[in-house]
Design a protein around this ligand. Structure first.
Ligand code: ATP
Ligand code: MG
Length: 232
């Protein structure tokens, strides 16, 4: 589905250069959870932003279904982000003056989806009783569930999650990971960025990133259930 070939990303600030990614290669497939694992500063978010069409590589190529997207025009990349990608950020990014329901509904509408689907999604993330509340009336876990429902409302082919439980306790994190894992299907690839090695074995594929390089890729034919992870 997605293939990234020899991607490098260099940030230039005046005379100083930061080599955020150096010659990265890996593939993302539908019906799989891909975990991107690495320490702080290793290039995880940079990778995710390039996958999501929010940033461009300095060199190298990104293919989506065999189509080269890394040289796309801004408007083509906007269309890619809008149609193909659902993003779940570490700190939710909800619209604060819209209710739970409205936050989800605008995403469904942007994608031309039936509003009926919004009811199904609200149910799926277990927020029926909170759907008319505003984001600042919710707990962190509830806000993240709204963000996930909003991303799913687009029926994205690519669900990208950057430290989706970074701000949550372990019990809530388990629920969020269960939800994200269940989002993968024949059409949808799920990519989760984390620095937590304990969580990685829930993935079908684990891409280890270190100092802007892929240090190893593990294909995991028997992923752990979320409940089997050591949530210390
Ligand atoms: N806009 C930018 N300008 C300059 N340097 C940047 C920029 N964004 C990221 N970097 C640098 O690129 C490197 C990789 O950053 P990135 O955000 O991808 O790391 P990360 O693995 O997501 O880290 P974390 O776990 O802390 O979120 C870091 O050294 C970072 O300081
Ligand atoms: Mg990051």
């Amino acid at each position: 589905m997605i293939s990234i070939n020899h991607i490098s990303r260099i940030y230039e600030n005046g005379a100083s250069k930061t080599y955020a990614l150096r010659d990265i290669n890996f593939e993302i497939e539908p019906n799989k959870v891909t975990i991107i694992l690495g320490p702080s500063g290793s290039g995880k978010s940079t990778t995710l932003n390039i996958l999501g069409g929010m940033d461009r590589p300095t060199s190298g190529e990104v293919f989506y279904n065999q189509r080269l997207i890394s040289n796309d025009s801004d408007s083509a990349l906007t269309a890619y982000r809008r149609k193909i990608v659902g993003f779940v950020f570490q700190f939710y990014n909800l619209v604060s003056n819209l209710t739970v329901r409205e936050n989800i509904a605008i995403a469904a509408k942007l994608n031309g989806n039936r509003l009926l689907q919004v009811d199904e999604l609200i149910k799926k993330v277990g927020l029926e009783h909170r759907q008319n509340n505003f984001p600042d009336q919710l707990s962190g876990g509830e806000m993240q569930r709204v963000a996930i429902a909003r991303a799913l409302a687009k029926e994205p082919a690519l669900l990208l999650c950057d430290e989706p439980t970074g701000a949550l306790d372990s019990q809530t994190s388990q629920k969020i990971f269960q939800l994200l894992k269940s989002a993968r299907n024949k059409k949808t690839a799920v990519v989760i960025v984390t620095h937590d090695a304990e969580i990685a074995p829930i993935g079908d594929r684990i891409v280890h990133i270190k100092d802007g390089k892929v240090s190893k890729i593990i294909n995991n034919p028997h992923p752990l259930e979320v409940s089997e992870v050591n949530w210390s």
